[in-house]
Design a protein around this ligand. Structure first.
Ligand code: NAD
Length: 255
């Protein structure tokens, strides 16, 4: 079961696990995108169940799980990918926007974990991945206060759930991406021509992330190849968090 499956990281994860044999419940608000992902998965010979579900709304999450229970009867892997932050300067952002961001990224992910966790505990096995961000561990500035606070909570959720559930066979891990190209990031980079240069100066591999960069981790964490990996907070960031803010990446052609 993968949220945010219409595009970007969620779509890439869905296709990767399907390629390795999974039947997939696909969740998103974007029905057109969901249909496209489902069609691609079916062309790989796997089952796809696209469901329009707002993963910020517990009632929709619970109804969606009832439908998935009826159609699939079990959930082996959950990837919590969807969830948007609302930007705003710390001194200006409304508490309603802070609360909505928390609902999108913390309450929604927790409700998904709780519903999947209950089923996985009954099965005696399961794997959950909560997508965090480099903002789970360090500050981005540029009006990311609500997003960073919520993403910080996501990795503590992962550690707590891992500690509570791993002895019962349910593993919980987080992946922390740095800047992966998506439509909203492309829009922000178009508005501020210096932004891409700024990002790349902090990414030692010298390129932005692509959604496909998450595919190997998705298959690894969904499978028994990672059976002793739980509570891990895994950067997927081209070396960004390893590099000190005062460090300098090496350029292929010195500038
Ligand atoms: N792209 C990055 O640079 C980056 C970096 C770190 C963390 N992340 C996090 O990874 C996640 C996915 O990022 P992405 O780049 O794939 O984004 P994206 O914008 O390309 O895709 C997000 C998908 O989630 C869906 N969605 C949004 N809110 C939803 C909701 N409430 N219910 C159901 N579906 C919803 C959207 O319709 C969209 O299809 C986000 O939580 C994002 O904050 C992204």
């Amino acid at each position: 079961m993968i949220s945010g499956a219409a595009q970007g990281l969620g779509r890439a994860m869905s296709l990767a696990v399907a390629e390795f044999g999974a039947d997939v419940v696909l969740l998103d608000l974007n029905e057109e995108g969901l249909t496209k992902t489902a069609e691609t998965i079916r062309s790989l010979g796997r089952r796809a169940l696209p469901i329009r579900c707002n993963v910020s709304e517990p009632e929709q999450i619970r109804a969606m799980f009832s439908q998935a229970d009826r159609e699939f009867g079990r959930v082996d892997f959950l990837a919590n990918v969807a969830g948007e932050g609302i930007l705003g300067k710390p001194e200006e952002i409304s508490l309603a926007d802070v609360e909505q961001t928390w609902r999108n990224l913390v309450l929604g992910r927790f409700c998904m974990c709780q519903e999947a966790g209950r089923r996985m505990l009954a099965q005696g096995r399961g794997s959950i991945v909560n997508i965090g961000s480099i903002a789970s561990q360090s500050a981005l500035g540029r009006s990311h206060i609500a997003y960073s606070m919520a993403m910080g909570a996501v990795i503590q959720m992962t550690r707590e759930l891992s500690t509570e559930w791993s002895s019962a066979g349910v593993r919980v891990n987080s992946i922390l991406p740095a800047q992966v190209v998506n439509p909203s990031l492309e829009k922000r980079m178009a508005e501020d021509p210096n932004l891409k240069t700024k990002f790349l100066s902090g990414i030692p591999t010298g390129r932005m992330g692509q959604p496909s960069d998450i595919q190997g981790l998705a298959v690894f964490l969904a499978s028994d190849a990672s059976s002793w990996i739980t509570g891990a907070i895994i950067p997927m960031d081209g070396g960004n968090t390893a590099m000190n803010a005062g460090g300098t990446r090496r350029y292929p052609n010195p500038v």
